[in-house]
Design a binder for this molecule. Structure first.
Ligand code: 13P
Length: 340
């Protein structure tokens, strides 16, 4: 493990103004996204859509890294340039999703654990050869009204995340560690904060036990937010304050950056929350984004699978990237929405 190399990649991904575009939807997930705009999920449509994202002129100003799916890492532009090479040439660091999805946790009904550790060392070596410099693994933690998540469910997911992160650093890839506490459900913001705190404590204890160098990783957490079905939704400032309080209690200052997932928030909410956090007092880590839906939903709506709409789709992506770049410095305001 070359810690200086890992550090410099992690720092480049979250350099000033910059964050991550999560474009690593698995085939079943992108099929759902395409179905919402009546586009068939063929290999060529997936390739074309990703090409539209990756060739949008100027995204490199605010996108430091893009997470790809296995199929995408092996695809090319229309002109035959491999996607990882295209991104690297534009100064965007290519990354790869390496988990194989959250599956039912045996004997713990209602809980999940993420699979994909078997054979991971060999897969990481191949991904590095193909040009990936960082990786992502997502653990999924659900909240119910009673006893989910259980302490064991949290521990099992934290352990898998740490095994993945250690293998990544051994292979020279920066691990993005993503423990996602879902915003599904009717729980209030306090419950989300308590669960997120327990999860992050467990994750950093396991990372430490696995000898993962905090300087050479990025954390991709959920924001602390009320469940989607909760009748009382917290304000932007409440979300920002609760999220930072939770992270400051649990995330070592040696971690270079926090790159939030959007998790089903609207594009504007995700930007607004990020902005509010960056407008508060300085934090020990960069506070940035690694959004999937909050960057891509407006792009899909503009594209609709039509070549005639490519310019509009790329403009929609650039607009979201630009606004999130401003939010990285606390310079975004809600009044900027709808002015693109
Ligand atoms: P969302 O921002 O849509 O939650 O996606 C981020 C991601 O990469 C989930 O693993």
């Amino acid at each position: 493990m070359n810690i200086d190399e890992l550090k410099s990649v992690a720092n480049a991904i979250v350099a000033e103004q910059k964050g991550v575009l999560a474009a690593d939807e698995s085939n079943p997930t992108i099929q759902k996204r395409f179905a919402s705009i009546q586009v068939e999920s063929t290999e060529e449509n997936r390739r074309r859509y990703r090409e539209i994202l990756f060739t949008a002129d100027g995204i490199e100003r605010t996108v430091g890294g893009i997470i790809l799916y296995d199929e995408t890492l092996r695809q090319h532009t229309q002109d035959g340039v491999p996607f990882p090479q295209l991104l690297a040439e534009r100064g965007i660091i290519p990354g790869i999703k390496v988990d194989q999805g959250a599956k039912a946790l045996a004997l713990y009904p209602g809980e999940k654990v993420t699979e994909g550790l078997d054979g991971l060392r060999a897969r990481l070596a191949e991904y590095r050869q193909l040009g990936a410099q960082f990786a992502k693994w997502r653990a999924v933690i659900e909240i119910d009204e009673h006893d989910i998540p259980s302490p064991f469910g949290i521990r099992a997911n934290a352990h898998a995340l740490a095994r993945y992160a250690a293998l990544c650093q051994e292979a020279g890839l920066v691990p993005i560690v993503e423990p996602e506490v879902l915003m599904d459900g009717a729980h209030g913001i306090e419950r989300c904060e308590a669960v997120t705190e327990q999860v992050l404590q467990a994750v950093f204890a396991e990372l430490d036990a696995h000898r993962v160098a905090f300087e050479g990783m990025l954390l991709k957490p959920n924001m602390v937010i009320a469940g989607k079905l909760c009748p009382v939704q917290a304000s932007v400032l409440e979300v920002a304050a609760a999220t930072l309080r939770c992270l400051r209690r649990t995330v070592p200052a040696a971690v270079p950056g926090i790159v939030f997932l959007s998790g089903g928030q609207s594009a504007a909410d995700a930007t607004d929350h990020l902005n509010a956090m960056n407008a508060m007092e300085p934090q020990p880590w960069q506070v940035s984004f690694s959004y999937g839906r909050a960057l891509q939903a407006p792009v899909l709506e503009a594209w609709l699978g039509q070549e005639d709409n490519v310019v509009a789709a790329q403009r929609a992506l650039l607009n979201r990237c630009h606004l999130n770049g401003l939010a990285r410095a606390g310079k975004y305001s809600r009044s900027m929405e709808g002015t693109a």
